[in-house]
Ligand binder design. Structure first.
Ligand code: RUQ
Ligand code: CUA
Length: 763
């Protein structure tokens, strides 16, 4: 195998490089394929609009909530290819999330009253904004089940922070950001007592409350700052979705509600259920809050501290003129402020209308103190008719609305009819309808929450898939349908099954606004965004006992784990710290120890740790879990846990075969031949304008590293040969060869890249 390697390499260059691509004609013509697969011309057009050839990129990147999976799903548009699951509230082994000590610390921030919560019901992702434009820096996502908010850094797509809402027991209306991301809003859902503890439902009207929390975002640190955050107390009206104003409505936030009946259920006692009791009235309330003024009120200390968190109580909010109610039709849902900030649209789940409110009218009523009445808590109520711009009949069960790049054009999801309605909110008329499959919840246009929606595509986030895909048992995937909205008529392009939780909302950003890194600075704790105190450089690996803990400072690189043998006595607390010292793109190493639930993921540059009690004597092989190189299977080692009191045995093991000088000579011959091939690849690369290609530059850098390692092993092998230690001389010569293989592998990748990207000869 080794002998043929040089030949193989030469052959590879020839096939992939010098000979160029041979076009192979597949089975049949386009018509044949259409006929065989039963495709129409419309299907082909849809395929052409979504198909992305190998190596191609998407125009938009979507961040979708993962519902009860507690994750965020990342995919591309128009290809609808899933790119990543970002673990947020839930442990996820591929990313080592909830397995390494660093990410465990993030998850631990999400404990509620000391209890570990291992899932989240993620609902509404929001991308950070600058002047109302998505800036691609951070993503926020809420947890409806356990009122929490998380921050994902889009530099590495990792969860950095989880904050627990101090006064809510349930939430829904988050995350939405103010136009400069000063604040992230989180609104409660099911009313509950503000304090922890028992309060009977008979005191619902007096003691149960809703709230909105404004989480202050510190952009420099990339973290929410609980010490500068505050809440506004609200009536027990089951607050729902929220949105921030912009332009003329900047400084205000809007939160709708349902069950303003304050019904408390009791089906088991023969009372009508919540669904009946919560939909008695014809209207519920939009809560309109002047958050800029509220921030001043909070800063002035006009708050009540509840669970160490400042809350502006309702009477203060009313007295300060920061809280108002506007009626909205029956069991509303959706709250979407227009890109220019002049309107906000609400739809009623049990109504067929979407209601367009005019901010100008609403603020006029507030300034003129023209109120229609007060609610039981003394909050001024505006008149519905006087607040409306228009109402449009859009279909049965309208929910959410998204804005197009074309002025006045919006799309509303119609749950019961399983449709999307395209309409004009300025003129108040329906323009088009399209069927979806089935029961749409949210929908999403490109950069639809920003001040400049991009149009082009719309995604329908359907709650049911029913018959759309090959059956996989009673639990079906969700169905995200891609719709072309560039023309007058909407056109369905693609069905994507999403098999991970129930996505609620999603946001799409222009792909070129995202600038994620491909590697960390070597020795990085990615969760705190700081150098890890456990970072280790190659050659500096060590084992240190400190405060009764055995710390192993190790490194990972193709294809070895250092150290390869770790021996401890039964009952030792072991803390392993591994730094992936690779600089190469995509060279992640995993680290798993068999049978003890230890599993890490170390991306290039990252330092990860795991701490555990070695409480059972035994032999525990460990290995790298990512197929990182030809000798990945050899990326292995042993954890030995010696029974208490037993002496260390320095066993002499018969290590492989005993090599002779002839073995050494043979290996050196192979290496010399391999080096010639590598040189020819290098010659091929440097004869071209490879410096114009960033990925190739990175590959060349990595290959240079590998060749330096090769030189180091070569020297060790020659030193051993000088002492006629043929065993070690041969082993080091083999190691030298391993590095050559890696360098060649990388070189060939660089060469392929140059060929495929039209590099030019520059002699
Ligand atoms: S919700 S299907 Cu949780 Cu946003 Cu409306
Ligand atoms: Cu590292 Cu496999």
């Amino acid at each position: 195998m080794k002998k043929s390697f040089a030949k193989f390499l030469t052959a590879s260059i020839f096939t992939f490089g010098l000979a160029g691509l041979t076009t192979s004609v597949g089975a049949g013509s386009l018509e044949d394929v259409m006929k065989a697969r039963g495709l129409t011309e419309k299907d082909l057009l849809a395929a052409a609009k979504t198909y992305t050839p190998t190596g191609g990129r998407d125009e938009f990147i979507v961040f979708s909530s993962g519902g009860q999976s507690g994750q965020v799903i990342v995919y591309g548009i128009p290809s609808m290819r899933i790119l990543k699951y970002v673990s947020v509230f839930t442990p996820e082994p591929w990313q080592g999330y909830g397995f390494d000590d660093e990410s465990k610390a993030v998850l631990a921030q999400g404990k509620i009253n000391g209890k570990t919560i291992n899932f989240g019901d993620t609902h509404h992702p929001a991308i950070s904004e600058t002047k109302g434009e998505y800036d691609g820096q951070y993503l926020f996502i809420n947890d409806k089940a356990n009122p929490r908010m998380a921050v994902v850094d889009l530099k590495d797509f990792e969860t950095k922070q989880i904050v627990v809402n101090p006064i809510m027991k349930s939430e829904h209306g988050g995350a939405f950001v103010s136009p400069n991301t000063d604040y992230v809003i989180e609104a409660s859902q099911y009313a509950a007592p503000r304090e922890n503890g028992y309060v009977p439902l008979s005191q619902f009207n007096e003691k149960y409350r809703g709230a909105v929390t404004y989480w202050k975002f510190n952009r420099e640190e990339g973290r929410l700052d609980p010490s500068k955050s505050f809440s506004v107390e609200l009536p027990p009206y089951s607050q729902d979705l929220s949105d921030f104003g912009k332009g003329p409505s900047d400084g205000w936030s809007f939160t709708n509600s349902f069950c303003s009946e304050r019904y408390i259920g009791g089906i088991e006692k023969g009372r009508p259920p919540f669904e009946a009791g919560c939909s008695q009235k014809d209207t519920d309330f939009v809560h309109m809050i002047n958050w800029k003024k509220a921030a001043e009120v909070a800063a002035a200390g006009k708050v009540k501290m509840i669970n160490d968190h400042p809350v502006i109580m309702m009477d203060t909010a009313v007295a300060e003129g920061i809280l108002f109610l506007i009626p909205e039709p029956k069991s509303p849902h959706g709250m979407d402020v227009s890109p220019d900030g002049k309107f906000f649209i609400v739809a009623g789940k049990l109504d067929t209308h979407a209601s367009v409110y005019s901010f100008e009218k609403v603020i006029g009523l507030i300034n003129a103190k023209d109120f229609a009445g007060k609610d039981p808590y003394g909050i001024p109520i505006l008149d519905l008719k006087k607040s409306l711009h228009t109402q449009v009949q859009v279909g049965l069960g309208p929910l959410h609305t998204q804005y197009d790049s074309k002025e006045c054009v919006v799309y509303t999801s119609i749950y019961v009819d399983s449709q999307v309605t395209k309409w004009d909110y300025c003129e108040g008329k329906v323009l088009d309808k399209i069927n979806i499959h089935y029961n749409i919840g949210h929908l999403m246009s490109m950069e639809g929450d920003s001040v400049t929606p991009q149009g082009k595509y719309l995604v329908s986030l359907n709650k049911l898939a029913i018959d759309r895909f090959n059956p996989v048992g009673p639990l079906h995937p969700q169905n995200h349908q891609l719709i072309d909205i560039s023309g007058d008529k909407m056109q369905l392009l693609y069905d994507m099954p999403l098999p991970l939780g129930e996505p609620h909302y999603a946001v799409a950003i222009k792909a070129d606004k995202l600038k994620p890194k491909v590697r960390y600075k070597v020795g990085w704790n990615s969760r705190t965004d700081q150098k890890s105190e456990y970072r280790t450089r190659p050659g500096r690996e060590k084992i240190v006992v400190k405060d009764g803990v055995t710390h192993v400072y190790g490194t990972l690189i193709r294809s070895h784990i250092t150290p390869e043998i770790i021996e401890v006595e039964e009952g030792t607390t072991v803390s392993l710290h591994f730094t992936n010292v690779e600089r190469a793109e995509d060279e992640t190493h995993g680290f798993a120890i068999n049978n003890v639930d230890v599993n890490l993921s170390a991306e290039p540059g990252k330092t990860v740790s795991t701490t555990f009690l070695a409480d059972r004597p035994g032999v525990y092989p460990y290995y790298c879990t990512e197929f990182c190189s030809a000798l990945h299977l050899e990326m292995q080692g042993y954890l030995l846990v010696r029974p208490k009191g037993m002496k260390v045995e320095n066993a002499s093991v018969s290590e492989g075969q005993a090599y002779a000088q002839s073995d050494y000579d043979k290996q050196v011959k192979t290496n010399v031949a391999t080096q010639e091939v590598i040189d020819s690849v290098v010659g091929y690369i440097v004869a071209r304008n490879y410096k114009d290609f960033a990925p190739v530059l990175a590959l060349v850098e990595d290959a240079t590293d590998q060749l330096n390692f090769a030189a180091d092993s070569k020297k060790k092998s020659e030193d051993a040969a000088g002492k006629s230690d043929w065993q070690n001389a041969t082993l080091w010569a083999q190691q030298w060869f391993q590095y050559q293989v890696k360098a060649a592998d990388i070189g060939l990748r660089a060469k392929t890249y140059l060929d495929e990207h039209g590099a030019k000869v520059v002699q």
